[in-house]
Design a protein around this ligand. Structure first.
Ligand SMILES: [Zn+2]
Length: 188
């Protein structure tokens, strides 16, 4: 898992982060209000209507059919002063109970699209499985198309843009790594 404060990998049983020093106890204090995750859609900010949730759910299912090794989630939050959008996303990914998901997915295949409704920010938090393939700058670019819709508070379209950009990025990564595997003779 990752540290919500500095986003570096930390051990699941760590009591404090070896990178930035923050204790898990104070992180719990900061982010404990964000519980109940593990669903495809976690509307912690309470901004999505039933109809909108259904549309987003379908978008997630379509994307997951293309990338079955990933667990996709769409999250809205309204943060307090000491919370950051990245911190909240990491916290939720760490806490998520993905139920029926396989161990490999649990251990790092999560991909959360997070929208902050007051500051109108968005970000991607992904599990450690994707670290070798994705640079933070790439994921930032991939979701940048959502910003005009965030300003309009059009959350469905915002998630759609984030998901479209992310899928395009993941497709590029998959092509590249297939090429590498082929060169090494590991793939037909
Ligand atoms: Zn840290």
């Amino acid at each position: 898992m990752r540290c919500p404060q500095c986003i570096e990998p930390i051990h699941a049983t760590a009591v404090s982060c070896p990178h930035c020093g923050i204790s898990v106890r104070s992180l719990t204090k900061y982010y404990d209000s964000l519980r109940g995750v593990g669903r495809r859609i976690y509307d912690a900010a309470g901004v999505l209507r039933v109809k909108e949730r259904k549309v987003i759910e379908q978008m997630i299912h379509r994307a997951e059919r293309e990338f079955p090794q990933l667990f996709l989630g769409c999250v809205t939050v309204a943060l307090k002063d000491h919370q950051t959008i990245q911190g909240a996303g990491v916290w939720m990914l760490n806490q998520a109970d993905f139920g029926e998901m396989e161990e490999t997915v649990l251990s790092g295949g999560g991909y959360l699209l997070v929208i902050e409704v007051e500051r109108r920010q968005c970000c991607v938090i992904h599990g450690l499985l994707l670290d070798p393939y994705l640079e933070p700058e790439q994921t930032f670019q991939a979701i940048s198309g959502a910003h005009p819709y965030l300003l309009e508070r059009d959350y469905v379209q915002s998630f759609q843009m984030m998901l479209d950009g992310s899928c395009a990025l993941l497709r590029r990564c998959a092509r590249r790594s297939r090429g590498i595997l082929k060169k090494k003779g590991l793939l037909a």
